[in-house]
Every structure is written in C-alpha cells, then in structure tokens.
Design a protein around this ligand. Structure first.
Ligand SMILES: Cc1cc2nc3c(=O)[nH]c(=O)nc-3n(C[C@H](O)[C@H](O)[C@H](O)COP(=O)(O)OP(=O)(O)OC[C@H]3O[C@@H](n4cnc5c(N)ncnc54)[C@H](O)[C@@H]3O)c2cc1C
Ligand code: SF4
Ligand code: SF4
Length: 399
C-alpha cells in the first residue's frame, strides 16, 4: 500500500516534515517547490506509516485503498511526477551543528500585519520554537481572521477551508495575540509597531486586480472575479454589490483555478452550496439566476490552461452540470493527465436542460460590448488581427 496526495493539496509542505523516508516531493528545498500543482508521494518509497495523513491540514492524503472512483486517478498523478523527476527519496540528513540563537533580554516581540495563511504560518514558525521566547501580535484590518481562506477560497471547497483549524491551533499558543479591525497604515503606522516590536512581518496579501485594457471594461456587468468572489464569500467591503444574473450567458476571461471557482459557483445547483459558508445574499441571487452557460476563455491552447489538474478533475465530476470544450479537442499521444481530461470532456455529450461550463481556448477578449451595460464580448484568436466573433453575455468576469 502507498499513500496518495489528492485534490485539496495546497502545497504547504506540512507533510514533508513528518515523512520518515523523504518520499514527498518537491520539498521546500527543491527548485520545483511551489511550481508544481500539488505535492506528490513516491509510491516506490512510501512505507505506509500514515504520518503525513495525520498532519495534512486539508485532509488531502489518503491510503490508496481508500481512493474512490473519482480519486483513483491521483495514484497515477502521484506516480507520474516521479517518472518525470527521478528524485532521491530516502531519509533526510539531520544537520550536525545545532542552530545557535543569540541571547536577548526578554521575549522576541514580532508584529504580523495580516491574518491570512502567510501570517499564520509565520506565527506558527515563531511560536513553536523552544529555544527562545516569542510573542506575536497579529493585526488584521477586517473583523475576522483568515484572509483569502475565508474570503477567497470557494464555499464548496470546505476541505481547503479546514486549514483554519491549523490557524486556530496557532492562535491558542502561548504568546499569541490578535488585534482585529486594525489597519496598519491607517490606524497604526509601521513606525509605531516598531516602537513596541523587534520586527514587523508584512503578510497583507495582494488585493489589486489587473485591468484588461480593452474597450467596454468599465460597463456595468463587467467585474473582476475577485469582486464576485468577495461578494459570495460575504466580505464586508463587498456585501452591497449587485450582480445581475438575469442573462443566459456569463463569460469568465482567464482560465486559472479562480476562473473555475467562479464558473462553478455560477453553474452549480445553489442548493448544493448550502452546506458551505456562502453568503445568504449571494445564495438568494444564485437561486434566481437565469444563466445557462458559463464560457471560460483562454487566450492560448489547452496545453496552456492555467487551471490545475485537480481542479479540472473536480469540475468534471460534479453531477449537476456539463463541462464541454468549444470546437472539440483530441489529446496527442503520451499527453499529460490534464490534456487527457480536457479531451475526455470534449467528447462528452451535454444533456439538455442542464447548465453548462464551456472551456474555450485560442480566444482573446477584444472588446466588451454594450450600450449602458454589458451585452456581449468580442473575441478573436490570440495574436491575430481579424473581425473576431461576438458572444452574447450579460456578465463578464476577468480572472
Ligand atoms: C478566489 C480565490 C480562491 C482561492 N482558492 C484557493 C484554494 O482553493 N486553495 C488554495 O490553496 N489557495 C487558494 N487561493 C489562494 C490563497 O487564498 C492565497 O494564496 C492565500 O490566501 C494568500 O495568503 P496571504 O496570507 O498571503 O494573503 P491573504 O489571504 O490575502 O491575507 C492577507 C490579509 O491581510 C489583511 N491586510 C491587508 N493589509 C492590511 C493592513 N494594512 N493592516 C491589517 N491587515 C491587512 C487582509 O485583510 C487579509 O486578511 C485562492 C485565492 C483566491 C483569490
Ligand atoms: S496540503 Fe496536505 S498534502 Fe498538500 S502539502 Fe500540505 S500537508 Fe502535504
Ligand atoms: S505514509 Fe509515511 S512514508 Fe508514506 S508518504 Fe506518508 S509519511 Fe511518508
């Protein structure tokens, strides 16, 4: 038997530290770390001890005997990484010299700005040390902690949100304090923080969007996916936004995981979102939605799809909606599991009366069309001049 990393993996490498035979890769010491879609377990080296599954914050690791028909493919996905990247798995070297920390009077006081994953993992690294006393003060501008785990991760991805349990453990450690509703830069300056702390760690995330720079982008009905996500996740700054879902088609520009998140939320049966923590105001609007198709646009071909394989697989396994590929697609021989999955979706037959997510490749946005609000989107093959094609749409989200 071997253990297998599955869909929810968020690459935090908690499992790497506990594996006695160093068979989970890429590790944070390897160049590929944070560049792969997830971490992978080497089936030839795993000794089946289960330590990784015990510590994974999002329950992404399972013994292969517990895989379901939907997750069975992760066995191949884990093994494939080691075929392409023969890594030396085996016991990690223990450093010979202990790390020496200079003595200082009193505890080390650290201020952390922000309360998302970066902030909590930094706090954990500091507070778990046994060689020095550390006090951490966390400052968060919102009334709740969690950052984008609370206000970004989709409400139907509750296993990912389970990482908040790890944050709660950190918050329970001696020396931890949090100040909520305090914005550094507005309520307190960095200099004021430095008057009372030895160091300040900035973990404020990234809150800006990029514009497309095409005509019509500011029409009502054209939004950043980030605004839509914050709205359905109940972010206090976005609660009063309105999203008109009375049209039949929405278009998401971009095809990364956030694009798949918003497409999924628009296309899913809202009742299946109820067990999650979606905002009630969003649920009301989604229940009245007339949207029949969500088109997810990628400028380049399927081989450049920015979504990860686990998110693509999860999308295609939802029972209440169809996933199709505009114009069809056949994967070349020896193609990755991602391309094989796209090809499989391309050959699916949509069922009448069901909502559909259409993956459309080789299509770049040229202009958002409409008089007083969004009525459509003009697209054209990426990098080619030409008349383009107009898609009717009442909602355009750039992601
Ligand atoms: C829509 C969406 C879906 C995602 N889904 C997933 C997923 O399924 N799986 C996954 O692994 N990752 C997912 N991610 C990525 C993940 O959420 C981010 O990588 C992660 O949250 C980044 O953590 P962070 O701590 O750097 O920043 P953030 O989570 O953004 O946290 C920053 C915090 O700092 C606070 N802050 C900012 N400025 C100040 C200030 N001046 N004073 C006080 N507080 C401040 C903010 O309010 C915020 O709470 C998703 C991201 C998005 C946008
Ligand atoms: S989410 Fe789980 S499987 Fe992925 S790196 Fe973290 S501990 Fe490992
Ligand atoms: S089950 Fe044990 S040996 Fe296998 S990957 Fe997990 S920690 Fe490593």
């Amino acid at each position: 038997m071997t253990y297998v990393v599955t869909q929810a993996c968020c690459n935090d490498a908690t499992c790497v530290a506990v594996c006695p035979v160093n068979c989970i890769h890429p590790t944070p010491d390897e160049a590929q770390y944070a560049r792969t879609e997830m971490l992978y377990i080497d089936p030839d080296t795993c000794i089946d001890c289960g330590a990784c599954a015990d510590v994974c914050p999002v329950e992404a690791i399972a013994p292969d005997s517990d895989l379901t028909p939907e997750t069975e493919i992760y066995k191949d996905l884990n093994a494939a990484y080691f075929l392409g990247n023969p890594t030396v798995s085996g016991p990690t070297e223990v450093p010979k010299e202990p790390v020496v920390v200079a003595e200082r009077p009193g505890p080390l006081r650290v201020a952390i700005v922000g309360s998302g994953p970066s902030a909590f993992y930094a706090a954990e690294e500091l507070l778990k040390r046994r060689d020095i006393d550390v006090e951490v003060s966390m400052f968060e501008r919102l009334p709740v902690v969690g950052g984008l785990v609370r206000f970004g991760v989709a409400p139907d991805h509750q296993t990912t949100k389970a990482v908040e349990r790890v944050f709660a453990r950190t918050a329970g450690r001696n020396g931890f304090r949090a100040f909520l509703g305090v914005e550094v830069g507005r309520d307190l300056s960095v200099d004021e923080l430095l008057d009372h702390h030895h160091a300040v760690i900035h973990a404020g995330g990234a809150s800006d969007d990029r514009k497309l720079g095409i005509p019509g982008e500011d029409l009502p009905g054209s939004f950043a996916a980030r605004e839509f996500v914050a709205w359905y996740n109940g972010h206090p700054d976005y609660a009063d936004r309105t999203f008109d879902l009375s049209g039949r088609r929405a278009v998401v520009i971009g095809n990364g995981n956030v694009a798949l998140d918003v497409a999924r939320i628009l296309a899913r049966d809202p009742e299946r979102l109820v067990p999650g923590d979606i905002a009630e105001h969003a649920l009301d609007v989604l229940r009245r939605s007339a949207i029949e198709e969500v088109v997810v646009l990628g400028r380049r071909g399927p081989e450049h799809g920015a979504f990860t394989t686990p998110e693509l697989l999860a999308l295609g396994s939802l029972p209440e909606l169809d996933v199709t590929v505009h114009g069809g697609y056949d994967a070349p021989e020896g193609a990755s599991i991602k391309l094989q999955t796209i090809a499989e979706y391309a050959h699916r037959r949509p069922q009448p009366g069901r909502r559909r997510i259409t993956l459309r490749f080789q299509a770049a946005p040229v202009e958002i069309l409409g008089g007083t609000r969004v009525e459509g989107l003009r697209i054209a093959p990426y990098g080619q001049a030409g008349p383009g094609e107009d898609l009717d749409a009442s909602l355009v989200l750039r992601s």
